[in-house]
Design a protein around this ligand. Sequence first.
Ligand code: BTN
Length: 326
Amino acid sequence: MLSERVLYLLEQNRGKLVTGGELAKQLDVSRTAIWKAVRALREDGSEIEALPNSGYRLLPESDGLSGQSIHDMLATENFGRSMELLESVASTNQYLKGLDTASLGEGYTVVADGQTSGRGRLGRPFYSPAREGVYLSVLLKPAIPLAETAFLTICAAVAVCRAVEAVCGVKTGIKWVNDIYVAGKKLCGILTEAFISAEMQSVDYAVAGIGINTGDIPAEVEDTATSIYAAAGVRGIRNRLIAQLLNQFEGVYTDYTVRGKKREILEEYAGRLFIIGREVEVSAPGGVCTATVLGVNDSGGLMVKRRDGEIIHLGAGEIKITDWER
Ligand code: BTN
């Protein structure tokens, strides 16, 4: 589509003026066609300045998604190399699960500008307004034992932290098992869904869904949620963040599935857990209790010490931080 190609060229020159004539020449269309494409892009929310007799400029804070720009920044073999970019979808996880996953390669990625029914763990809604976040799902086909499926979330969490830190320079921390925090507020959630081959007792495929807030945070949740903009004061980074996230995710995932670096990944994950030594309320299959976090075990389970002194290992469950100090 012409507008996608115009956006790509403006993105390449972000912040600089490009004349209508140059764009028309490069894309082999008329200047009127360029103007119409710019108008369509603006209607879709891209912030493009049009200066009479000078040209067009994509403003630094404009945050439209561009498949080509993401592609240019990928350093992966598989992740994101086949990618669908959707304007709006109920949920990228749901969408990807509905595709013929057997015929798709590992790393197939679905990105949405916004989700109308984004989902988090335990069936909770994940607020996903258009243009205010990165919402994506990656298809994984790991040859791992069933007992290790939680490790996929661990790889994704480490990748998110590395990507956010590289792109925006903000310090991130992990709340076991799937939440990324910045300065005591939630920035990102991860929902990994694994599908099992009953015959083989192995993982058939998995969908790793990642949602990162990047833009405005509604006033009613600003005490508990944050975004890249709220934490680092920058906008216009979604394409870079997506590419960096896919680069990091493939790296960590391959370290785990191919290079056998499970221990190193766990060490990094544990090093990023900001809840160690903190008091939490644990909701696990056995019930609810208060405990102090000790660390993670070899399978990524959380080790906590209950008030009665008993140490328990949580493979699944949910924790709530009770000694919150922001
Ligand atoms: C959580 O906070 O419990 C997890 C949130 C996961 C949200 C992401 S956004 C992309 C993908 N699609 C969804 O519906 N959920 C995940």
